[in-house]
Design a protein around this ligand. Structure first.
Ligand SMILES: NC(=O)c1ccc[n+]([C@@H]2O[C@H](COP(=O)([O-])OP(=O)(O)OC[C@H]3O[C@@H](n4cnc5c(N)ncnc54)[C@H](O)[C@@H]3O)[C@@H](O)[C@H]2O)c1
Length: 352
């Protein structure tokens, strides 16, 4: 007999919730119990789509349905009342990335959830792409030896005025880092299986930017396992497209990913030319969210160890904070500076 479905409330019914509502509706393990947003326009759109589900303006009404789980699709700033309500009600949380808009607030949320004994999982959907899983496996199975250095490029023209896109990033101080690079930094940690040790970064905003805050990030990371990586990210580069190119140079060859959702290639050095790595079929945005949600359901049911935990996420947020600090100081920053918030053991000191 299959387990009874879990009831879930979705809070925040904007751009990202559109994908989640599709993915949750297709999952027989979950049942939408209520939808919540203070915006009347957002509620009206969703009510038309889900006429049988309560669509409410307040957190109190949302938690009154006594859900098993809550999905936060709200902007990262101002989530304290949502996290507090979930902790009080003993409800498992799946929160969109970034968990908060500062490392210190995210660390408070993680402690609150741990004290309340509830799961706090972060929506790092890119970990669940076939390309990510295949690359991680490839770098572990020794076919190209050990990774020593890499280059990660994400150059996008993101027209923040487009109606289907969220608007709050237009006002953020560091929209590129907190909204976009957070995925990239998480992927680096996940794929290379290591944590950042030190970063030298420069963030800025080009004169033509639509955004108030910095849309360009250049960073040179080194990691505790000796890996080095050069990162370049922008939301205001090029004309109308996204250029993605993440190459990893290893002791015996090269692994390249030339598309955010696929196009994985590899070569042993002696082969001289990259060849495609076969990937299972996937649907961008859907397969990855589906995998993330399956992991969340298993965590709530206690049948598998939690993935993408809030506590793990603190290490990616520390990388964002370290980039900001490094750019402001014009100097390298050691991640050890944030160990009091991430809860990590003291990171290795640089060898002089
Ligand atoms: N994982 C991904 O690939 C991905 C993609 C896009 C966005 N996101 C994340 O999803 C989150 C939401 O982004 P979005 O693009 O949907 O933003 P959005 O602005 O389009 O939607 C946010 C919604 O939350 C509502 N809201 C604001 N405060 C609220 C509150 N206190 N209670 C309930 N609802 C509230 C707003 O009215 C709005 O409808 C962000 O954390 C963002 O980074 C993740």
């Amino acid at each position: 007999m299959s387990a009874p479905s879990l009831s879930i409330v979705v809070i925040g019914l904007g751009a990202r919730a559109r994908t989640w509502l599709k993915v949750i509706s297709a999952n027989p393990d979950l049942r939408l119990a209520a939808l919540c947003d203070p915006s009347e326009a957002a509620r009206a759109t969703v009510s038309a789509q889900f006429p049988d589900i309560p669509v409410v303006p307040t957190l109190a009404e949302a938690f009154a349905v006594r859900p098993d789980a809550v999905l936060l699709c709200t902007p990262p700033s101002g989530r304290a009342p949502q996290i507090e309500a979930a902790c009080r009600a003993g409800v498992a949380i799946l929160a969109e990335k970034p968990l908060a808009d500062s490392l210190s607030e995210a660390a408070q949320f993680v402690r609150m959830a741990e004290d309340a004994g509830i799961a706090l999982i972060v929506g790092l959907n890119f970990r669940y792409l076939a390309v990510t899983q295949a690359k991680r496996a490839l770098l572990r199975d020794g076919r190209v030896g050990h990774a020593e250095f890499g280059r990660f490029l994400y150059e996008r023209w993101r027209d923040g005025m487009q109606p289907h896109l969220n608007k709050y990033p237009l006002e953020m101080v560091h929209p590129m880092l907190w909204e976009q690079s957070v995925h990239h930094f998480d992927l680096m940690r996940f794929v290379y299986g290591t944590d950042a040790r030190r970063v030298m970064a420069d963030t800025f905003n080009p004169s033509w930017s639509h955004y108030k805050g910095d849309t360009n990030v250049a960073a040179l990371f080194d990691f505790t396992n000796g890996m080095r990586l050069t990162y370049q990210g922008t939301w205001q580069g090029g004309l109308d497209r996204l250029d993605f190119d993440w190459r990893t140079d290893c002791t015996e060859g090269v692994v390249a990913q030339r598309d955010m959702f696929g196009d994985l290639q590899m070569a042993r050095r002696a082969e001289g030319a990259l060849a495609p790595v076969q990937l299972p079929p996937h649907e961008p945005w859907i397969s990855d969210a589906t995998g993330l949600l399956a992991g969340f359901v298993n965590t709530v049911r206690g049948v598998s160890a939690p993935e993408c935990t809030g506590r793990d996420h603190l290490h990616s947020l520390a990388m964002l904070e370290a980039c900001i600090a490094s750019s402001a100081r014009g100097a390298p920053v050691w991640l050890e500076e944030f160990a009091g918030l991430t809860g990590s053991a003291k990171l290795e000191k640089e060898q002089s």
